[in-house]
Design a protein around this ligand. Structure first.
Ligand SMILES: *Cc1c(COP(=O)(O)O)cnc(C)c1O
Length: 435
């Protein structure tokens, strides 16, 4: 597998380089040189394949002979260990539940695949890899669970003290083993700044083999295309047009869907559903891309004012606005409408929909009002119990807490408290090596 930078098609990397560097030096994003079409035989017979077999076939086409088939199958088997069921709300709207993994959000797919791929590709003779990751909530939990007990890799997570939910904090701080949490007296931006400084620090780079697990890593994007095929397999085979509605922030999920379409999956259109952070819907209607600082909303994992995967979406359409907007319809939803969607879905269907998928549901209803002969699959990006404060505000009925979250409540938090000064973080890291 070869990849190029979106900033320069002659800047080529192999998969290993792209995974460990995350970003090319020219600050573009890595894209696969080839996105091959899957065979008709495979696409017409998806229902004969297990989720793992589908994931293997999609990965095999993208990665090619760079990884031998048995090894690739092994990576898939370890990464894809939970289902992605389609739940029908009615004949026209379904939810693709992507929250049955350990951290109860779709980010588990990307984090687990990346952990397995890094563990496989790493140079076994070199010292272990230390992943540094700053989190505002959801990413840290997925990365912690994804890398837990992965041989040859340790993870240092930095999170802003008091600014993640109690359950999110427990997801970061209770695993132990190769996962270490730093509780930073500061903001998410401070955490990100500490990570950036660490990558530039000579002493730390001599002692540690540092790598990052951020969301633009190609290893997180590839597995996100698998579940579009898995969803399709569960839909009725008829003449109705199938549309996927993707609640979006950095647009990784939607980009992976566009890749699935390019690989031959007959998806009619995508709905890019955002909260009031609506730079992409605005771009789709005006052709102007105008990033701005993010606004806080109740679907906070989508509070992104400058979506990082936008350049990949453009790249897939050779930067042609008119082609992109044939396939992607934008829609922005405010908090009041999001709350009304949570209520409506519970009252009409007895289904708890989290605030992010609720944005998608609202957009899906609007789409169906204009394009009746369609079926919309909304990506259920997180379990509603991860957002109890919002859910309890809106509904009288309490969301059942899944076992994976309930067991966290009594677990003991272990985190190293640090200030937001780089010297403090650095001396902690130096001390760890001496121990
Ligand atoms: C990360 C996240 C999103 C946004 O996904 P992108 O791929 O960044 O667009 C949506 N919902 C939830 C619950 C998330 O955690």
């Amino acid at each position: 597998m070869k990849l190029y930078s979106t900033n320069n098609r002659n800047n080529i990397a192999n998969l290993k380089e792209a995974v460990f560097k995350s970003l090319p030096e020219d600050k573009g994003l890595y894209m696969p040189m080839a996105i091959p079409k899957l065979s008709d035989g495979f696409l017409k017979n998806l229902s004969k394949y297990s989720f793992q077999a589908i994931a293997f076939e999609v990965a095999r086409q993208l990665i090619g002979n760079y990884i031998p088939e048995e090894d690739l199958y092994d990576i898939i088997e370890k990464a894809i260990t939970f289902p992605a069921p389609v739940v029908n709300l009615n004949e026209q709207i379904s939810v693709l539940e992507l929250f049955h993994g350990p951290s109860l959000a779709f980010k588990d797919f990307g984090a687990r695949f990346m952990a397995q791929l890094m563990s496989y590709l790493r140079d076994k003779n070199e010292k272990k890899i230390t992943i540094l990751v700053a989190t505002s909530g959801d990413t840290g939990g997925a990365v912690a669970a994804g890398f837990y007990n992965t041989e040859g890799i340790e993870v240092f997570i930095l999170y802003p003290s008091g600014k993640v939910s109690e359950l999110q904090e427990k997801q970061l701080t209770t695993l132990g083993g190769n996962i270490r949490a730093f509780e930073v007296n500061g903001t998410f931006d401070d955490c990100q700044a500490l990570v950036k400084s660490a990558f530039l620090d000579k002493d730390l780079n001599e002692l540690y083999n540092l790598s990052s697990a951020n969301s633009i890593n190609i290893a997180r994007l590839i597995p996100q295309s698998f579940y579009y095929f898995e969803a399709f397999k569960q839909l009725p085979q008829d003449e109705v047009k199938n549309v996927f509605c993707v609640p979006s922030g950095n647009f990784g999920n939607l980009t992976a869907g566009l890749m699935a379409k390019k690989m031959g999956l007959p998806i009619h259109q995508f709905i890019a559903a955002t909260n009031i952070n609506d730079v992409v819907p605005k771009y789709l209607s005006t052709s102007l891309f105008e990033p701005h600082p993010s606004y806080a909303t109740i679907s906070n994992a989508m509070d992104v004012g400058n979506p990082s995967n936008f350049v990949r979406m453009l790249d897939l359409y050779s930067s042609t606005w008119n082609d992109l907007r044939k396939d992607v319809i934008g829609f922005s939803v405010d908090d009041a409408s999001t709350e009304s969607a949570i209520k409506e879905v519970y009252e009409q269907f007895g289904y708890f929909i989290d605030p992010h998928a609720a944005v998608g549901y609202y957009a899906a209803k609007d789409y169906l009002a204009n394009y009746a002969n369609s079926r919309v699959v909304v990506l259920g990006t997180a379990h509603p119990a991860k957002f109890l404060d919002v859910m309890n505000d809106v509904l009288d009925k309490q969301v059942p807490i899944p076992e994976a979250l309930a067991v966290l409540i009594n677990k003991e938090k272990k985190a190293t408290a640090i200030t937001s000064s780089f010297e403090d973080f650095k001396s902690n890291l130096l001390n760890l090596v001496e121990q």
